[in-house]
Design a protein around this ligand. Structure first.
Ligand code: CP3
Length: 335
């Protein structure tokens, strides 16, 4: 068993740097692209044999040190009865976005029986892989923003208006989602996920004060509830530099940051917790000498590699050449 990732997540020094990449499953790899000609993303994720194949592909082709479950953050709202689809070149689109109390009350209670496929995929992966399997969920803010906006946004206009104008409703929605996230991740851990990552992809859109008031207590509740499950918990967000102290105060093992903050600075703020990140995924679109230089600079700035997991600052871009990713993984392994 290659447990480099788990040891680094627990803060240990490892003989080499463990590496995995957000969105390594899906996106650019050939086996995934072929499956996508026949199946939609949600259909793939809900078919354990196919989902397991997609999760396994980067282990075989790229040699990364951990597998991420092939799923999507929108599977949780789907399990709560939200009607949605993932549109090509757009992303998640909700049929009836949340606007009021009745919409929130229409969310169904979480039922394990609605996500049995997740456990099955994780069990398949555990029986076939010799690297750890990472489970994940969207964080309540990121999920709420999709449910309220109804589709991807760059401005979060409706979300912010709802959050600030209807604080009680916002709180009710965040509670519903947080309780569901706890159960959704618990199902994954019970099935064998050896670590979990909470993706708060869009929370950097908030001011630090609003983050503390409207989001932090809910995220804290999720991470505390998962503590007793005993697996490393990763807290990821983008553009969190200004709120990193609060973000890092949440009880978890690993903080994952994007490229908008130096790793040395992030390290100072997160203290004893492990650190994951943070190469700008756009760098992988450049020629190799540029990639190598950027990685060297990043690792130089990081200094001590104890409790460090290499990753990108956000997901692999769809147009990234597979060759560049493989070369990157090999290069990190040689450090
Ligand atoms: O990391 C992995 O490789 C595992 C699979 C994974 C998917 N979605 C499959 C997917 C993971 C971890 C996610 C998380 C996810 N989904 C997030 C959080 C991480 C992040 O990137 O910020 C978010 C915000 C979503 C919502 C979502 N799903 C969007 C915005 C899109 C469309 C645009 C995009 O990112 O590709 C999806 C569709 C989706 N989910 C794809 C994949 C592989 C692309 C589908 C395709 O092949 O066209």
């Amino acid at each position: 068993m290659n447990d480099l990732f788990l040891r680094a997540a627990r803060g240990e020094k490892t003989e080499r740097i463990p590496v995995w990449l957000m969105r390594q499953a899906g996106r650019s790899l050939p086996g995934y692209r072929k499956l996508r000609q026949k199946y939609g993303v949600l259909e793939l994720a809900q078919t354990p044999e196919l989902a397991a194949q997609v999760s396994e592909e980067p282990i075989k082709l790229l040699g990364v040190d951990a597998a991420i479950l092939f799923a999507d953050i929108m599977l949780l709202p789907l399990a709560l009865g939200v009607s949605l689809k993932i549109e090509d070149a757009v992303g998640p689109v909700i049929d009836s976005p949340i606007e009021n109390k009745a919409d929130i009350e229409r969310l169904l209670p979480f039922k394990k029986s609605n996500v049995l496929y997740l456990g099955e995929t994780i069990r398949l992966l555990r029986s076939r892989l010799d690297v750890p399997v990472i489970g994940f969920s969207g964080a309540p803010f990121t999920l709420a923003s999709y449910l309220i906006e109804g589709r991807p946004t760059r401005t979060w206009t409706k979300t912010k208006k709802f959050m600030l104008s209807e604080p009680q409703l916002w709180d009710a929605l965040m509670r519903r989602l947080s309780d569901a996230v706890i159960e959704y991740l618990s199902v994954q851990i019970q099935a064998g996920a050896q670590a979990v990552q909470l993706f708060d992809s869009w929370v950097g859109a908030l001011s630090p004060a609003d983050y503390r008031a409207y989001v932090l207590p809910h995220v804290q509740h999720i991470f505390s509830a998962l503590k007793e499950r005993g697996v490393p918990r990763i807290h990821f967000g983008t553009d969190t530099g200004a709120m990193l102290e609060d973000f890092a105060n949440v009880d978890c093992e690993v903080i994952s940051v994007d490229w908008r903050i130096d790793l040395s600075h992030a390290r100072e703020i997160v203290g004893k917790k492990s650190l994951q990140g943070n190469l700008d995924p756009h760098i992988l679109l450049c020629d190799w000498p540029i990639i190598e230089k950027k990685v060297d600079e990043m690792l130089e700035d990081l200094g001590n590699r104890k409790g460090y997991i290499f990753n990108l600052g956000h997901g692999v871009l769809p147009e990234t050449p597979d060759g560049a990713v493989k070369k990157l993984v090999d290069y990190i392994h040689a450090q």
